[in-house]
Design a protein around this ligand. Sequence first.
Ligand SMILES: C[S@@+](CC[C@H](N)C(=O)[O-])C[C@H]1O[C@@H](n2cnc3c(N)ncnc32)[C@H](O)[C@@H]1O
Length: 268
Amino acid sequence: MQHPSNDGATVAAAAANKEDNNKEDNNKEDNNKAQWALVVHSHADQHVDRLTLPFRLFNVRGNTIKIHQEHKSDGSGGTCIGYGAAVYPSSIVMAHYLEHHGRLCNTTTLLEVGGGHGFSGIAAAVCGVRSVVTTDGDDISIQLTEKNIVENNVSTNCHATKLLWGNRDHEDIVMGIFGNRKPDIIIGSDVTACPYADALPKLMETLLYLSGPETTIILSFKSRNVDEESFWQKAATIFNISNRDRVIHPDFVNDSSLHLSILRRKKM
Ligand SMILES: C[S@@+](CC[C@H](N)C(=O)[O-])C[C@H]1O[C@@H](n2cnc3c(N)ncnc32)[C@H](O)[C@@H]1O
């Protein structure tokens, strides 16, 4: 292509110039179009490190839930026990399950164990559960959950309190909040993860102490390593376990390591 001479006087140069300008205009237009391109959002997008975002937005039953995150690259994700300051896929899977199983949310009481930031419990409160208690053994997580409860205006039916698995004093405080009755539902997302393998027998103790024959326990989890197996082997001796992987959040259906299971006490 012939480019304009220094004085820009030739017809060819002017034509070429015009052509270039047109191309430039088209490029600008293309760029503008690119800014408005429709990008399909997926919580499972591998190209975005969502754990490090300051907050996340979720839609649950037409309500926007905003969850503040406080992830730090300090080896334990910003909390003392570990990894409770960012929303993990299991939590999104749990919220989606509750949202699409309205009957569960017509129940009165729901306890969340290992809630971290509290998203699943807050989603349950948004879905209409009358009394939600979301717990964690980690003080930073509890503070973060309290902030998220206020942010999402669910303080009337959602409370955060510390529950270190196996700690009878903490468990009795939770029971007290529920009027000394076992909760209708207990949920836990990503609580069987390998960093807490040593604590899994304690988690089992807590589930046993706080569940009754009518309690439905829902666990969503990403299977990571063999340490979790002994937890599930023990669980199978006490609970009937049914797998609900087929109704998992659509963004995660292709992730074969994500699961959701329902546990109910076996009749002895
Ligand atoms: C991987 S995070 C999951 C957080 C959130 N449920 C989610 O799915 O995004 C596991 C949570 O379990 C909590 N946790 C681990 N061990 C615990 C224990 N012994 N007692 C109480 N909470 C514990 C951690 O503090 C953390 O918040």
